[in-house]
Ligand binder design. Sequence first.
Ligand code: KIV
Length: 277
Amino acid sequence: MSTQVNPAVPDAAKRVTTLTLSEMKERGIPIAMLTAYDYTSARLLDSAGVDVVLVGDSASNVMAGHETTLPITLDQMIYHAQCVVRGVERALVIVDLPFGSYQGNSKKALASAIRFMKEAGVHGVKAEGGQVIKSAVKRILDAGIPVMGHLGLTPQSIYRFGTYQVRAKDEVEAKRLLADAALLEEAGCFSLVLEKIPAELAADVSSSIKIPTIGIGAGLECDGQVLVTHDLLGLTTDFNPRFVRRYARLDEVIKESVARYIKDVRNRKFPTEDESY
Ligand code: KIV
């Protein structure tokens, strides 16, 4: 039996492309995006029918245990992207340009994006920011590399924000965000992540641009949704913003399974004769 969760998606068996996503927006079919950092998870997400797999720099938090996304390096992200690409047959694979690999230097930005395309085989990159990264975004796009934008709460700027609270609640920041969304669309981005902004603003952005918006903590009116897979599966339990819905408690499953294993080892109940050679 198929595990496809979105049989309404056009050509569900075929590879998802940036064009598929724009068609999905036109047809009003919500886009499902999730993060992955390794082969096994990527394979599971892909076979479950997710449209976009994001090799997020949240790997810095959930894989490496850092407090922020800032420490992860380009080489480390390339390694994660290579693992994910090997596990995906259908979904579009997008990778985060990590902090320090694109800001303030469009030549460096292009070189980083090219490494991801050549060494990992991803289908595009994601970059945080609007006006300030315009030249980097344009240079990458000019090389034929698809770019996904990311506005609102952009975790690579956490030390400038000083807080992980909801962004663009005031009029000035909301107007700037709307302008940045238009600028990224005009520059040629194929899609835009909106993180932790008021649902009403996200709805305005989504109706004001033609490219699909993908929300995280940005309400229902975005053209798609994204979550960090570890949050959705209940592998991370100390991160509890209201936008996270836990579809499973794998922390409990894992701890219980490991405890049973330890008990069996201690009691010489594992392995049995059938499990031996
Ligand atoms: O790094 C990440 O996981 C992300 C998503 C939360 C959008 O950027």
